[in-house]
Design a protein around this ligand. Structure first.
Ligand SMILES: [Zn+2]
Length: 74
């Protein structure tokens, strides 16, 4: 797999996903992704993107200011 920005090698790894919503900051740890060795661009596959959306929606309803969850445990 090569990076669509710089053409560098993408490696399988995990990352921490951040999203700022209207009332909540969501932090999801240990999210599986592909990351470019050269520029650091991160790509998530479709299943992961869907899961992130689900987790984010749930956390938004929890009405906490900062929500930190582990991807595999969420
Ligand atoms: Zn790159």
């Amino acid at each position: 797999m090569t990076c669509c920005y710089c053409g560098g090698d993408m490696i399988e790894t995990t990352t921490t996903y951040f999203e700022q919503l209207e009332n909540t900051i969501v932090v999801i740890k240990n999210v599986p992704c592909h990351k470019c060795k050269q520029c650091g661009e991160v790509l998530y596959n479709a299943i992961v993107v869907e899961r992130l959306e689900q987790i984010t929606e749930q956390l938004e309803q929890a009405l906490t200011e900062i929500a930190v969850v582990n991807y595999s445990a969420a």
